[in-house]
Design a protein around this ligand. Structure first.
Ligand code: AMP
Length: 391
C-alpha cells in the first residue's frame, strides 16, 4: 500500500538527517499554544536520535510574506521540543546559507538542531532549485514527516527530496496508511461527512467520494449552496453563487448517496445571541440565515454513522465557534466517536471539535493535515510523498 521507503529502511547511523516536520503550530507570546503537531513528530525524531543520527529539523510556520518576521520564528518550537525531549535543542536563525551550513556541520550524532522558518525565504514556496540545493547541502539523507505540508510542492517538501535519498517518517506513514486504506479498501459501509463554509474547496472531494463512498453526509454552509441549487431562497445564508451550476450537476449525478440536512437552525443575525429557530429545509425567510443543522438531521446522520464500517469527517456542521450553533458539530463529533467504525477526522475545525468534546481517544485516526487529507480524499497524489524513494 505505502510503497515509499521509510526511515527504518535505511541506515542513518552517523548520518546527518534533514527532517521536514510540520511545526506550523499556534504561538502566543513566544510560547507554543498547542503542541499536537510537535508531539506527533516525536516518534520519528526519537527513532533517528536512538539510531545515532544528527537531526536537523525544518518547517514553515504561518504565512510570512516579507521575509524574516519574529512573529513567525521557529525559536519557540525549538524551546518546546527541548522540553518534550528532555535534552538540549539547538536553534539556527537561518534555514539555508553559511550560518545554517556551519551549524549543520558542527552537529553530532544524537544532537538536534531546529532551523528557522523555511518561508522566510522566497525560494521555498516557489520550489526554487537553488533553495532546494542549499537545503540538501546540509545533510546526507532527507526525511519527510510533514504530512500537513505534503500537498505542497515546495523546496523543503519536494525539491530537496529529489536531491538527497528521501524517505518517509512514522507520522507520514501513519497518516497515509489510514487515509489510503479508507480510499482504497474501506470497511463498508463507507460514510463521508463533509462540512465547512465553502463548497468550492470540496467539489473535487465530493466528486471522488461519490465514486467510492456509500453515502456522503453534507452539513455546514456548504449545504446552503445545494439548497439554493434546488431552488430555495436562502435569505441571508452563506451561498456560493458561483458554484450553483456545479452543485446542480452534482445533485443530478449523485442519486441518494448524497444526503443533505432535512432541518436546519436559522438565526436573524450572524451572532451567538441572535434569535434562533429550527425549521424543515425550505425557503429561508428574508432576514434569516442558516447557522447549523437541526436535531432531526443530527439524529439521522448519527444513525448512518452508527452503522458505518468506515467514517471520514472533515468540516464543521455549522458556525461552531458560536456555542448556540455548535450543537450540530458536537452532535456529529459524538456520533463519530461512539461508532464502532474505523473513524478518521481531518481539518482544523473538526479536530478541534473532537478535542473539545474530550472524545479524541475514541477516534481511530486524527489527521494532522487538513488540506493534505482533503487532497488524498480527492484521489490526488501528494507531491511531497511522490518525491520520496520507492521501496
Ligand atoms: P471551512 O474553512 O470551509 O472548513 O469552513 C469552516 C467555517 O465554516 C467555520 O468557521 C464555520 O463557522 C463556517 N460555517 C459552517 N457552517 C456555516 C454556515 N451555515 N454559515 C456560515 N458559516 C458556516
Amino acid at each position: 500500500m505505502f510503497n515509499k521507503k521509510l526511515i527504518t529502511d535505511i541506515d542513518v547511523k552517523s548520518q546527518k538527517a534533514l527532517v521536514r516536520v510540520d511545526f506550523n503550530v499556534p504561538i502566543k507570546d513566544g510560547k507554543v499554544e498547542d503542541d499536537t503537531r510537535i508531539v506527533a513528530a516525536l516518534p520519528t525524531i526519537r527513532y533517528l536520535l536512538d539510531q545515532g543520527a544528527a537531526v536537523i529539523l525544518c518547517s514553515h510556520l504561518g504565512r510570512p510574506k516579507e521575509g524574516p518576521d519574529p512573529k513567525y520564528s521557529m525559536r519557540p518550537t525549538a524551546e518546546h521540543l527541548s522540553k518534550l525531549l528532555g535534552r538540549p535543542v539547538a536553534f539556527c536563525e537561518e534555514s539555508v546559507g553559511p550560518v545554517a551550513e556551519s551549524a549543520a556541520k558542527a552537529l553530532k550524532p544524537g544532537e538536534v538542531l531546529v532551523l528557522e522558518n523555511t518561508r522566510f525565504y522566497k525560494g521555498e514556496t516557489k520550489n526554487d532549485p537553488e533553495m532546494s540545493r542549499q537545503l540538501a547541502s546540509l545533510a546526507d539523507v532527507y526525511v519527510n514527516d510533514a504530512f500537513g505540508s505534503a500537498h505542497r510542492a515546495h523546496s523543503s517538501t519536494e525539491g530537496v527530496a529529489r536531491l538527497l535519498p528521501g524517505v518517509a517518517g512514522f507520522l507520514m506513514e501513519k497518516e497515509i496508511k489510514y487515509l489510503g486504506a479508507a480510499i482504497a479498501d474501506p470497511k463498508r459501509p463507507f460514510i463521508a461527512i463533509l462540512g465547512g463554509a465553502k463548497i468550492v474547496d470540496k467539489i473535487g472531494v465530493i466528486r471522488n467520494l461519490l465514486q467510492i463512498a456509500d453515502a456522503i453526509l453534507i452539513g455546514g454552509g456548504m449545504a446552503n449552496t445545494f439548497f439554493a441549487a434546488q431552488g430555495y431562497p436562502m435569505g441571508d445564508s452563506l451561498v456560493d453563487a458561483d458554484a450553483l451550476d456545479t452543485a446542480r450537476e452534482i445533485l443530478q449525478g449523485a442519486g441518494n448517496r448524497l444526503r443533505l440536512p432535512v432541518d436546519v437552525v436559522i438565526a436573524d443575525s450572524f451572532d451567538d445571541s441572535a434569535s434562533r429557530q429550527v425549521m424543515d429545509v425550505g425557503p429561508v425567510p428574508e432576514g434569516w440565515r442558516i447557522m447549523d443543522i437541526g436535531p432531526e438531521t443530527i439524529a439521522a446522520y448519527a444513525k448512518v454513522v452508527n452503522g458505518a464500517g468506515t467514517v471520514v469527517w472533515n468540516g464543521p456542521m455549522g458556525v461552531f465557534e458560536m456555542p448556540n450553533f455548535a450543537v450540530g458539530t458536537f452532535g456529529v463529533a459524538k456520533a463519530v466517536a461512539e461508532s464502532d467504525a474505523v473513524s478518521i477526522v481531518g481539518g482544523g475545525d473538526s479536530v478541534s471539535a473532537i478535542n473539545r468534546s474530550g472524545l479524541s481517544d475514541k477516534i481511530t485516526h486524527i489527521s494532522t493535515g487538513g488540506g493534505a487529507s482533503l487532497e488524498m480524499l480527492e484521489g490526488l497524489t501528494l507531491p511531497g510523498v511522490a518525491a520520496l524513494q520507492d521501496k
